[in-house]
Design a protein around this ligand. Structure first.
Ligand SMILES: O=C(O)CCC(=O)C(=O)O
Ligand SMILES: [Fe+2]
Length: 334
């Protein structure tokens, strides 16, 4: 059972009942996900099928990679511009903005204080991976390629649960719209920062934003600081603390649009952890988001079950994934 406290709370759902359960159990999990995504846009999944050992190992590669000397990390540089999203971005390279498309407005935003490394599907010829030379961190590349596959499998399972929730004509409608699995695995490192600097949201580790794809998985370490906007009280952010053994799953803007705003793409940010004392240093934070996007030619228009000719008209015209993503990426890097 998902917890049923206030609807702005992020429920915990046992995904084993979808992966291995009876037809009825699958339906029940699908309903729980649907309700979480309608209410807060986020859910914690336990028994999600990505092995604990793999998650732990990914955190340890995350630490090893960012501990490399800056000049070594720069051997796998993220290309300038927003269309090839692979490789290493140093502190301040990316400004996460919330629906601001004007360059002057973007430059007024605080710089995020973080560094990241992105990799994607090995078959993605549009965005080939950019790896550091093998001898700088032997084992890193094959591990990340394996972890990608495991996260990708989870995304497809969650998509199947969502298709079930909507009773789409084809039971794998959403999964097949992501058939090429052109996803993005990011490892993120936020260096230590004085708690005072994060107080009153003067500065964020990552500014308030929503994700722009379909679904995001997020593994976080034990440091905390992730906050999710209360969908029923705009401007109020609530902690989304790490919960051992779970992965957070959230809806992105493209999925919100696809679902005709049935599912919410909720604004989130990383700031001061709940327990941090002022005057202290907040330790490094490591996290691992995995971003799913449909295949580039997928036409995104209101899904079956999300609109009707009565009280739920279609709110958006059709757009391809490619057109949509281009528009959003251009604003990220300048
Ligand atoms: O580091 C985190 O926990 C959040 C990362 C995030 O929201 C993002 O990369 O889109
Ligand atoms: Fe995010």
């Amino acid at each position: 059972m998902g917890s049923t406290a206030a609807s702005s709370e992020i429920p915990i759902v046992d995904f084993a009942k979808f992966l291995n359960g009876s037809g009825e159990e699958k339906e029940e999990v699908a309903r729980q996900l649907d309700s979480a995504f309608c209410n807060v846009g986020f859910v914690y999944l336990k028994n999600h099928g990505v092995l604990k050992e793999l998650v732990e190992e990914c955190f340890s590669w995350n630490k090893k990679f960012f501990a490399l000397p800056q000049e070594t990390k720069m051997l796998a540089p993220h290309p300038p511009g927003g269309s090839h999203h692979r490789g290493y971005s140093g502190p301040g390279a990316e400004k996460v903005t919330q629906h601001i498309y004007d360059k002057d407005e973007i430059s007024k935003q605080n710089d995020d204080f973080k560094e990241s490394f992105e990799s994607g599907n090995i078959h993605d010829t549009d965005q080939p991976n950019i790896w550091p030379p093998d001898d700088t961190l032997p084992g890193f590349r094959p591990f990340m390629e394996t972890f990608f596959l495991s996260c990708s499998a989870l995304v497809h399972n969650v998509l199947d649960a969502l298709s079930l929730a909507l009773h789409t004509p084809s039971p794998n409608l959403l999964s097949s719209a992501h058939g090429k699995s052109r996803f993005q695995l990011r490892i993120l490192h936020y260096p230590p920062v004085a708690a005072d600097q994060l107080k009153d949201s003067k500065r964020s580790r990552i500014n308030a934003h929503s994700d722009f794809g379909s679904l995001t998985l997020l593994f976080q370490d034990s440091v905390g600081g992730l906050e999710v906007e209360d969908p029923h009280q705009p401007g109020i952010f609530r902690p989304a603390p790490p919960i051992e053994g779970t992965v957070l799953v959230n809806i992105g803007d493209l999925m919100a649009r696809w679902s005709n705003d049935r599912w919410r793409s909720t604004v989130h940010r990383v700031g001061l952890p709940e327990r941090a004392g002022l005057g202290e240093m907040v330790p490094d934070r490591y996290s691992i988001p995995f971003f799913a996007t449909p295949d580039r030619d997928t036409i995104v228009e209101a899904l079956p079950g999300c609109w009707d000719d009565g009280s739920r008209p279609r709110r958006y015209g059709p757009v391809t994934t490619f057109e949509y993503v281009q528009m959003r990426m251009e604003t990220l890097y300048n």
